[in-house]
Ligand binder design. Sequence first.
Ligand code: DAT
Ligand code: MG
Length: 151
Amino acid sequence: NNKERSFIMIKPDGVQRSLIADIIKRFEQKGYKLIGIKVLVPAKQLAEAHYEEHAQRPFFQKLVSFLSSGAVVAMVWEGQEVIKFSRNMIGATNPLASAPGTIRGDFGVDFGHNVIHGSDSLTSAEREIALWFKSEELAQYDLTMQAWTYE
Ligand code: DAT
Ligand code: MG
């Protein structure tokens, strides 16, 4: 279904390294539709809620302070299989293991600073979108280009 939505976030390292336009360009050129976007410095509480599944992991505090250490670009992208496919575009969690051509493979070097987040399932996409966006912050509109993206 081409209404599937994923939560995609450029992390503080990606913003500081001027990768915003490059990353957005990849999603836009793929044919996905941007329906929500904002820049914010996440409060620690929001960062903790975002990564709650990792609360018991030894790297949790470091992860949360990193995410709230600077501005992030939080986005919602819509399109067919966008959750699974954007994970492929993003690449493996460890930038050293992520393939060239993926966002982490092309732009990242170290584990904690891996440039971007993308939801890993429908359940986490729904949870993360609701955590970061109010429903009125998500735009409903038609992209005429989509008649050419989808057959
Ligand atoms: P992903 O971001 O690919 O969904 P994840 O959900 O397993 O990966 O982990 C969330 C973030 O936590 C990840 O982007 C980087 C950090 N992280 C994961 N595993 C780690 C580890 N073993 N050591 C340090 N940081 C780690
Ligand atoms: Mg994850």
